[in-house]
Design a protein around this ligand. Structure first.
Ligand code: RIB
Length: 307
């Protein structure tokens, strides 16, 4: 029996090693930066925290090393109310790391080193927990067989399976067929469908996605909001107007909030609007999880930042 209100997130935890610079360096160039900050991150861990802070009941399934970063990540996630019982520590593994540079225009570049995330195997995924979830959130920073196993297991019991196609890589059709909602940005959409990132032809995108058995998708467009595709319906939603400070993890805040919306019974368009608000809020602060809103904070903020 599914508990529609429970969210299970299967995926990555990373220590985010971040430096700010006035502008991003070009290839071969050295530029001065701010003091290094080490903060909790990882797309899946970020999504879990975003959903939990907004009141959802969330379990995180993942892997960290038995090292200081691993302990820092698990403690940070746990403090937000996420259940971390299924965050394992594979022997010898080092905690996943993301090296991040952010410039004065809030643009970033990120390189990830998978570490323990790369050790998360299908048999580490607690099948019963995934089967009983209402919503299962997946992204692509852990091995594809683990993502596919989680999606197929969850779909078999009727759970909402959300796949964030990030960082982009080609995925098996079996995974797309088990997914009930794909979340991707315009660049990932272009890579998946063979279009271009500035292609505004949503009817074409809808048709190409449908051929891949993706009939529900949300395409995030940064400051331009997002587009919700649901069967034949295409809905464009604006984003709140903000001055961005750091967009690291704002897409994950979007996905986590959207999942929380669905788990609380909102429809997809309302959940995507909620996701847009949480993502915009996150872009006004530094870092990923460190910039996420609680329900009360988001409620107060949106009243002064309409979309
Ligand atoms: O989406 C942002 C996240 O991507 C960062 O927290 C970093 O860890 C990478 O996974």
């Amino acid at each position: 029996m599914n508990d529609s209100r429970t969210i299970v997130v299967v995926g990555s935890l990373n220590a985010d090693l971040t430096v700010r610079t006035p502008r991003l360096p070009q290839g071969g160039e050295t530029v001065p930066g701010s003091p290094l900050s080490v903060q909790p991150g990882g797309k899946s861990s970020n999504q879990a925290v975003a959903a939990a802070l907004l009141g959802a009941s969330v379990h995180l399934v993942g892997a960290v090393g038995s090292d200081a970063n691993g302990r820092m990540l698990v403690d940070a996630v746990k403090r937000t109310g996420v259940d971390v019982t299924h965050v394992m520590t594979p022997p010898e593994a080092i905690t996943g790391t993301a090296v991040i540079i952010v410039d004065d225009h809030a643009e970033n570049v990120i390189v990830i080193s998978a570490g323990a995330n790369g050790e998360l195997r299908p048999d580490h995924v607690p099948s019963e927990l995934v089967r009983e979830a209402g919503v299962v959130c997946l992204a692509l920073e852990v091995p594809l067989p683990t993502v596919t196993f989680s999606a197929v297991t969850a779909a078999a019991s009727g759970a909402e399976v959300i796949l964030n196609l990030s960082p982009y890589q080609p995925v098996p059709r079996e995974l797309l067929e088990a997914t009930s909602l794909v979340i991707l940005n315009e660049h990932e959409l272009a890579q998946l469908t063979g279009g271009s990132a500035d292609d505004d032809d949503w009817e074409r995108a809808r048709a190409v996605l449908a051929d891949m058995s993706v009939t529900r998708a949300v395409v995030t467009l940064g400051a331009a909001g997002c587009v919700v595709i649901e069967e034949d319906e295409i809905t464009r939603l604006p984003a709140p107007k903000i001055t961005a400070v750091d967009t690291t993890g704002s897409g994950d805040a979007f996905t986590g909030a959207l999942a929380a919306g669905l788990a609380s019974g909102m429809d997809l368009v309302a959940s995507a609007r909620f996701g847009g608000e949480a993502g915009a809020y996150a872009a006004t602060g530094q870092g990923a999880q460190t910039s996420y809103a609680t329900s009360d904070e988001l409620c107060a903020w949106t009243s002064t930042h309409p979309g």
